[in-house]
Every structure is written in C-alpha cells, then in structure tokens.
Design a protein around this ligand. Structure first.
Ligand code: SAH
Length: 398
C-alpha cells in the first residue's frame, strides 16, 4: 500500500481540511507511488488522516487531499458523487434554466473536492481542463459522468494551462466527445452577447468568474469615459458600452484578444466610434498616459494572476500597488476604479492593503462602494482560503 507519513505536529493542518500538503510536512513515503496515484496519509503514529493525490516529486504541492473519512475509497463512485454534487449546486444557482444559453462553471477544482478538475458549460458544449496527474487519471470517469448526467453535444478538452506545466504534463486539447459546433459559440451575459472561441480563446474561452462584477461595474458606466485595462475579449468593455459609456478605451497585450473584442462589438451592434482598442502593455500604457492630460471617469484593472504561488507574494504586492497607483493617477477627481486580483495567495486584506498603499502615493482618498468576489458558481471553500482567489474593489477616488 502507498502511504505517506507526516512529521509530528503536521497533522494539525490536515484536520482543518486544507487540501494541500507541502513537502516539508512529510517524513516518509512507503510503497512505490506514481504521480496521480491515490495515497493514504498517516500521522507520525501511523493513524489514518486522509486520502490524497500523490504529486510529482519537485512540485511545490506534494499531496492534494480528497477524502478525510477512513472507510470511503476514492473510486469511480466517489468521483461520480462529487460531479453530481457540483452539478446540483449549479442547478440551485440557476433553476428552471434550459441548456440553451446556459453559461456557467460546473466544477471548480478543489472547491468542488476534485483537485485539478475544471468544467465550464457553454450551452450544450462542455469544456474540461485537467491540470494534475490525479485529474488526468480520472479523465475517463469524468467524461462518462458528464455525458450521462448532462447529455452534452460536445465535450472539448482545453488542458493547456500553466498548472500542467508545473506538474510536468504535456498540454492536451481537442474534442473528447461529440462534435464541436462550426464557428464561434455565442453566449448571453446579462443583456449582452459574447462570441466564445473554445479552441483559440484564453482558458476555456471566457472568464466566467467576473460574470456578476461586470454587471456591477456597468451600472456606473453611463456617460463615462472608461479605460478597460486587460480587456481580453471585452468582458467589461461590452457591458459598459451597452450601459451608455460615452467612450471605452480597451487595452490588452494580445492581438488575438482584441480581435475577439472587435467581433463582440459587432455582435452587439455597438457603435465602434465609441470604442478604441490599444495593443499595449498596461503598466507602460498607464505610465505614459499619466504624462499626458488625458484622465478617465472610470478605470477597470483586471490583470492576470500577478502572484503565481505563495513564494511570489511580496513581489506581487508591489505589482498590485504599482498598477493601482498608475490607475489612480489617470483617474479624474471623483472617478471610479474597479480593481481586481485573481491571485489565490493574495488575500482580500492583502489586496486592500496594496490598494491603500497606492492611494497614499497617489495622494487620493478612496471610498469603497462595493467589495467584489468571484461568481457563486466558483465556490469559496472555507477550509481552503486560497479558493477565494478573485477579489475586487469598486471604489471612488477623491
Ligand atoms: N477583463 C477580462 C479578463 C482579463 S484576463 C474579461 O473580463 O474577460 C487578463 C488579460 O490581460 C488577458 O487578455 C491578457 O492577454 C492580458 N495581459 C496580460 N498581461 C498584460 C500586460 N502586461 N498588459 C496588457 N495586457 C496584458
């Protein structure tokens, strides 16, 4: 049997049900586990603590825990139950909705007790992303469960994120079931439509976690001169224009993202004279803009993860402070800043602190209008603080 023994005292963290164990907590491994194998975790006296996925030696997380009951095996039935439970929660969140135009996250990794497994739904097309050896081994069972529970027309795999690289796994993408509809998919988000490119888009095609925040931000966009930084395909640009922004400047470093944005403008029949796309590095763009007279009524800052892991927290705090400082400097007096962090290792308190440092250096007072989070279909697991990864502040700066 494959067994990991923890050092004395290290069992405390397991009892809080945090799902990650780092290598420093381990005193020994017996058996001959391969990456992704289910392994029994015991304390220094040999008492059962949990079952986890064995991660490849050298990866920062040594074990990803799945089950804390000692008489429950992690088998096909277990995986089916977790998928079932994840789907039931989403059905509660969007009751009485047919699959036509249903866009949501169905499975959110550790937050749904399935480490490394993401499933997004775009109408009757499902996109799966498997990012660990353990998730890879569960592939067939997961696909079978999704097919039988949801009868999708297509399941597409987009397992090509950074997580796989860190686990030493090659990228994997393509149709795993059914047939991908020809051309782009169109989804509704609130009152606006988006073209989704599952094959070429970022992540699984769209950032579903900002769903509710886009609506909150758009409510304040009427008649505003808006700067949407890190715009991707226009997640914030399109709702802001639809809500009556007088002009939106969208900045992203990816030409592909801005090409998708262009399609989304057309799809919503929005007047392109009210929008300008700029392919640039946002940090540089904001620094240069500050030197000019141009000031915006509203600035959105939705950067990619600036802290990829715990080790980069201090560097990321400086980057969050810097981006917010630059954003505040380009804002009109009394302007609105919608600022976000999607780094799991930066807490809400950290992010608020970085924004406070920025406000001091910018010489502006900040009033928080609303604190924002990831959408409810990306649940926050209370035993896993890192799962509260997306945090945002909607503020007025005076
Ligand atoms: N706001 C978007 C999601 C942003 S994801 C939405 O609502 O859908 C982050 C985006 O930042 C990506 O599109 C990526 O291409 C872009 N990006 C990453 N680093 C950048 C940089 N330094 N400058 C400009 N854009 C950047």
């Amino acid at each position: 049997m494959n067994v990991v023994t923890l050092k004395k005292g290290k069992e405390k963290q397991i009892k809080t049900r945090h799902p990650w164990i780092f290598s420093g907590a381990i005193s020994g491994v017996s058996g001959n586990p391969n990456p992704g194998d289910t392994i029994t975790v015991v304390d220094s006296d040999g008492n059962f603590l949990a079952l986890g996925q064995f991660c490849p030696p050298g990866s920062s997380i040594a074990l990803r825990l799945m089950e804390w009951r000692d008489n429950v095996p992690v088998d096909d039935l277990w995986i089916n139950e977790k998928i079932d439970s994840a789907i039931k929660l989403r059905e509660k969140l969007s009751p009485n909705t047919t699959t036509t135009n249903l866009t949501r996250r169905l499975v959110h990794s550790e937050s749904d007790f399935l480490p490394g497994v993401i499933v997004d739904q775009y109408s009757d097309v499902l996109v799966i992303q498997l990012s660990t050896h353990g998730a890879d081994k569960q592939r067939d069972v997961i696909i079978h469960a999704l097919k039988s529970k949801l009868q999708p027309s297509c399941i597409y795999e987009r397992s090509d994120g950074d997580g796989r690289k860190w686990e030493g796994l090659p990228p994997q993408r393509g149709v795993v079931y059914g047939k991908l509809p020809e051309g782009d998919l169109t989804i509704m988000q609130g009152d606006v439509k988006f073209n989704i490119s599952i094959v070429d888009g970022q992540k699984t095609g769209f950032y579903l976690d900002q769903k509710e925040n886009r609506i909150e931000v758009a409510k304040l966009a009427a008649n505003a001169q808006v700067l949407d930084c890190f715009s991707y395909c226009g997640g914030f640009t399109i709702p802001a224009l639809a809500a009556g922004a007088s002009h939106v400047t969208s900045v992203d470093s990816s030409a592909n993202a801005l090409a998708l944005l262009e399609k989304n403008l057309k799809l919503n029949n929005l007047d392109s004279s009210r929008q300008q796309s700029i392919k640039a590095d946002v940090f540089e763009y904001l620094r240069e803009n500050y030197k000019t007279e141009k000031r915006y009524d509203m600035i959105i800052l939705d950067p990619p993860k600036l802290a990829p892991d715990r080790g980069s927290r201090d560097k990321a705090m400086r980057a969050y402070k810097d981006i917010n400082l630059q954003g505040l400097r380009s804002l009109m007096p009394g302007g609105i800043l919608a600022t976000f962090s999607c780094s799991g290792s930066i807490s809400s308190e950290d992010f608020r602190m970085a924004t406070a440092w920025a406000s001091i250096d910018a010489g502006k007072e900040i009033q928080i209008i609303k604190q924002l989070h990831q959408a409810g279909d990306h649940p926050i697991r209370i035993s896993f603080p890192e799962s509260e990864y997306l945090k945002g502040l909607l503020v007025r700066a005076v």
